[in-house]
Write a protein that binds this ligand. Sequence first.
Ligand SMILES: *Cc1c(COP(=O)(O)O)cnc(C)c1O
Length: 439
Amino acid sequence: MASNSNDNRDTNESIWRFKGNGATSDAAAVTLRKLVFGMFKNCNLNSGKTILPSTTKSFKTCPEAEEAVAAAVRSGMANSYAPSPGIFNARRAVADYLNGDLPTKLSPEDVYITGGCNQAIEILMDSLAGNPSANILLPRPGYPHYDARAVYSGVEVRKYDLLPERDFEIDLNELEAVADENTVAMVLINPNNPCGNVYSYDHLNKVAEMARKLGIMVISDEVYDHVVFGDMPFVPMGIFASIVPVITLGSISKGWVVPGWRIGWITMNDPNGIFRSTGVVQAIEDCLDLTPQPSFILQEALPDILEKTPKEFFAKKLKAMRRNVELSCERLKDIPCLSCLKKPESCSYLWVKLDTSMLDNIKSDFDFCTKLVSEESLVLVPGVALGAKNWVRISIGTEESELEEIFDRLKSFYGRHAISKHSTKLNGYANNQRVVSVI
Ligand SMILES: *Cc1c(COP(=O)(O)O)cnc(C)c1O
């Protein structure tokens, strides 16, 4: 029925008894999506350039994985609802995939299939909530979905720092200091997004001992386990499960470059049965009953994806990443306000420190990124979105030509905003105080 433009009755809000849940906004405010899309608000893209990074130039997945999904559709075997914990073949395939490196083997029952790693995070947070005073230790910088879902589930967040001067190792003294008798878990991201480091065996061993001392579980986010291209070998945290019970989270999103496929897992590395005796297993299984199962089609395809992907697919991608890191670090020399303290050995980012004192009229990382979007149509993630002020994350998992374009744009942005050499020389006398710290 056509609306009557003279009829204003619906604008009278007071008669309605419903309203949106305000509690969601606190949690959503810290999500990456809200923060990054916030940069687009109030800014008109005045460069006329296409927005970078583009989705079309990023790495492609392999034909074997695409074929596995197509075959799952055609089989007609994946049209019903899947069981809550996941289909047996998918759980078995994930256990096999991870077991190569583990002293205590996972059985299919130790694996739960989820809608990507993000849903695994949600299920874990809900499983750990319940005690209203529970708190969880998260890394800074970190991955904001943990923060958002902890807030949403009513779990208090406490931060521990990653130390840039020590290859982004965990500050274990600080971690111990922020924990108390209500701390239930710590989250570890290894390989690390955004810092690009990989933790050594020795460091992880110390983490395990510390977690045991504190009586807390370790949640190890290993979503980037297939994107390691430096000298430090990746060590799964599950190796230390006899010291401390470990929940490992993973997915195919990053390794296979298919974040839209939404398939991941939770695995319980716990030879001593602590998760079962403390009710954590039950809580996770209950949470899985409360939420939609991930696509049966992707679950059906998962064994082939994990087992039939040729090694060359990863090798080629890692080689490209090594080249991209070298190229990016070289190009960064033209942009002195950004510095990379450690060349990344994993993931697909450059995590760089921003020196705003070299720039005119740029107050913060958020300001930098917002103006960059506006002037150059280039999207970088401001560190503040990941918990670290005046850092910036640059995505470098793309084709070489696009990477060059990204750094061309950064360079011209810097050129326009740099405090001029002339005023730098006048330092002590210039009335702009920020100039002093350039020297
Ligand atoms: C991308 C990412 C996730 C989310 O992975 P999905 O499988 O796409 O849900 C979780 N943790 C970290 C550290 C990530 O980088």
